[in-house]
Design a protein around this ligand. Structure first.
Ligand SMILES: NC(=O)c1ccc[n+]([C@@H]2O[C@H](COP(=O)([O-])OP(=O)(O)OC[C@H]3O[C@@H](n4cnc5c(N)ncnc54)[C@H](OP(=O)(O)O)[C@@H]3O)[C@@H](O)[C@H]2O)c1
Length: 237
């Protein structure tokens, strides 16, 4: 895809992986529509991108709200004249055993990690099919590997993985690529983790670099799933 002049909508753009993807895309000439709930974090991102000569708009909103999904896509098209790249990245995790998981926690995880992705993708598709679009699903290795105490999160990512496969089969003939990124541990503040820079973890920019590489694959070649893991995680004694 020709990145200069393209347009991308990125959810969870204010921190961590989404922030790194937003900055890398903007640095490559892509107009970014940045979605997250916290306006001050988004404003800081947009200021940084503009200071580096890039194009970006903040769209503060909660992706669990169906009207936000529709409005964010409309804003991206209005701001940049088109929409070719959708990065479904916003995600949350709740740590609790099934026996202690409330209805509210279950719904929050599934609504953020799965239902919002469906709604955003549905809203974006009419635009993506016009220009050889690319949808990224930021899933997790937890979508294939069960983790005790994280059933809601693992179930949401497993469902996301399968949703992405179905979508890929539906839209490939229209020239739209759908790629699932499944990282292991990434050094972000995810799930209340300290935003430390543990050298052994993947860095947010590793995921952003993969997105750039995937966008540059030949038009007729499609990498539909990429697993990423730290090379040397700590070994258990
Ligand atoms: N970090 C890891 O080890 C890891 C590993 C595998 C996969 N992942 C996946 O990577 C994605 C990004 O995670 P991260 O590590 O970058 O997490 P993070 O640092 O906690 O960032 C999450 C981002 O999502 C936004 N967000 C959360 N809920 C939202 C909502 N309802 N509406 C709009 N925006 C929302 C947050 O901003 P606001 O709070 O301001 O809304 C923030 O920008 C997630 O899908 C996660 O499952 C992470």
């Amino acid at each position: 895809m020709e990145l200069r002049g393209a347009s991308a909508l990125i959810t969870g753009a204010s921190r961590g992986i989404g922030r790194a993807i937003s900055r890398r895309l903007a640095a490559s000439g892509v107009g970014v529509t940045a979605v997250a709930r916290t306006p001050s974090d988004l404003d800081r991102l947009v200021r940084e991108i503009k200071a580096e000569g890039g194009r970006a708009f903040a769209f503060p909103g909660d992706v669990r709200d169906a009207s936000v999904c529709v409005a964010a896509v409309a804003r991206a098209v209005e701001a940049h004249g088109r929409l070719q790249i959708l990065v479904n990245n916003a995600g949350i995790g709740v740590r609790s055993p099934v026996a202690d998981t409330s209805d509210e926690d279950w719904a929050e995880v599934l609504d953020t990690n799965l239902t919002a992705v469906f709604r955003l993708t549905r809203a974006a598709l009419p635009h993506l099919v016009q220009g050889g679009g690319h949808v990224f699903m930021v899933s997790s290795l937890a979508g294939q590997n069960p983790i005790a105490g994280m059933a809601a999160y693992c179930a949401s990512k497993a469902a996301l993985d399968h949703f992405a496969r179905c979508l890929m089969l539906e839209v490939r003939q229209q020239g739209v690529k759908v790629t699932t990124l499944a990282p292991g541990s990434v050094a972000t503040g995810f799930g209340g983790e300290r935003e430390e820079t543990a050298a052994w973890k993947l860095q947010p920019d590793d995921i952003a670099g993969a997105v750039l590489d995937l966008l540059r694959t030949r038009d007729d070649a499609h990498l539909s799933r990429v697993e990423m893991r730290p090379l040397r995680p700590p070994t258990r004694a």
